[in-house]
Design a binder for this molecule. Structure first.
Ligand SMILES: [Zn+2]
Length: 65
């Protein structure tokens, strides 16, 4: 039964380690870029990229929906 406990501890430890590793600092993952039109800072995840430039919204990007 000791092996089972050891395995369980290993799994818990692995999951714990995995979650910590999967939680990187927001500063490292999200790069803030300036909207080419209005100058608003927006993260690259949310930014709209058009012609190699970043925009904060569809309006600024000139995309008409
Ligand atoms: Zn903008």
């Amino acid at each position: 039964m000791l092996f089972k406990i050891l395995l369980l501890a290993l799994v818990i430890g692995g999951v714990y380690y995995f979650f910590i590793k999967k939680k990187p600092l927001p500063k490292e993952t999200e790069t803030m870029v300036e909207c080419d039109k209005c100058g608003t800072y927006v993260s690259t995840k949310e930014a709209i990229i058009k012609d190699g430039k970043y925009y904060c919204s569809k309006e600024c990007a000139g995309v008409k929906g």
